[in-house]
Design a protein around this ligand. Sequence first.
Ligand SMILES: [Fe+2]
Length: 362
Amino acid sequence: MRKIAIVMIALFVVSIAWTQSLPTEEIVGGPYVVNVRQRSATVMWIVKSGQMTVGTTPDKLGTAIPMLRAEKLKMTGLKPGTEYFYQSFPGEAGKGSFKTAPSGAASFQFVVYGDTRTRHDVHRAVIDAILKYANPEFVMQTGDLVENADSTALWPIFFDAERQLLRKAAYFPALGNHEHNSKNYFDFMDAKPYYSFNWGAAHFTVINSDISNVSASQLERDAFWQEQTRWLEADLRAAQKADFRFVFAHHPPMTAVKRRQGDNPHMTALEPMFEKYGVAAAFFGHDHNYQHYKKNEVHYFITGGGGAPLYDVDTPPEGITIKAASTENFVVVNVDGKKAHIEAKKPNGDTVDIAELVQQQP
Ligand SMILES: [Fe+2]
C-alpha cells in the first residue's frame, strides 16, 4: 500500500513538472482582418507559442525572444458591402467585425497613417484619436509598422496598440524599410509586396517602394522594380473606369525634409505615370510629419506621423507645396461618389489640412 502511494506521488510530481515544461500559448495580437474584398476576407490573430532566452553567459539568459505564429482563416462567399461579426478565439477579446467592400458607387471612409514604430505611447495616442475622431471601414498603413520586423518582441506591442481599431476596421499595409522585407511582415499581414483592390467605385493600388531590401543583388533589385512598374502601369490602365484611383507606398517622390531630398528617384520617376493614368492622390510615409503637394493635378500626401520621432519640414519644394507640418497625424478620407473630402488631423483632434478631390478622368 505504501509503495503504491509513493508511486502515485511520484507520478503526480512528474505530471506537474511535465505540465510546467509545456509552453503556454498566449494570444498576443488581433483579431484583425486583411485582404478584404467584395466576397472574401481573412481573419487573423497572433499566437505566442513559447519563448527562448538568450545571454552571453550560461547563468544570465536575460533576453527573451518570443516565438510567434499567425493563425488565419479565409472566408469566401461573402456578400459585398455587408457588415460581418465574428468570434475568433474564445472570450470577449476574440470578437470583431468588418465590412466587405461594396460594389458599385458607394460612400465610405478610410484612414491613412504610417510610421507607427518606436514611440509606442504616440502610436497609442494616434490609434485612440482615429477611434475618437473617425469611423473608417478600413485603414491604409503607409509602412514602418515596427522598428524592426525581424524582432518578434516588437509585434505584440504593435498589435496591442492597434487592438481596438483592428477589430473593427480592415487593414491594408504597405511595406516600409523597417519591415526589412521580413517574412514576419508577410506572414502576419498575409500580404504580398504589391497588390490592388476596389472599394466601391474607387481603386486602391499599393506598391513596395523599399527596393533596397528586396535583394542583396542589384540585378534582382532592378528586375523587381521593372516587374512591379509594369504591373503598376497595367493595374492603373485597367482601372480607368474607377471614380478614383489612389496609390500607396512608403517612400515619397518628394519631401520637405532637406537632408532627404532626392533620396527616392525611383519614386519620383513614377510621377508621369500617376499623371498619365489620372491618379487622384498618392499617399506615402517614411517622413515622420505631414506633407501635402499638388503637382500636375495629382495630390501627394505624406503621412508618417504615427509614432516615429518627428522630422523637420525645413525646405518645402517651391510651387507644389500646399502644407508641410512637423506633427503627429492621421488622414481621414471620405469618399462620396466622385468627390472625396480629405482631412489630416493631429491626435488631439485639431485639423492640420483639408483637401477636396474631384476625380479628373485622364
Ligand atoms: Fe521609413
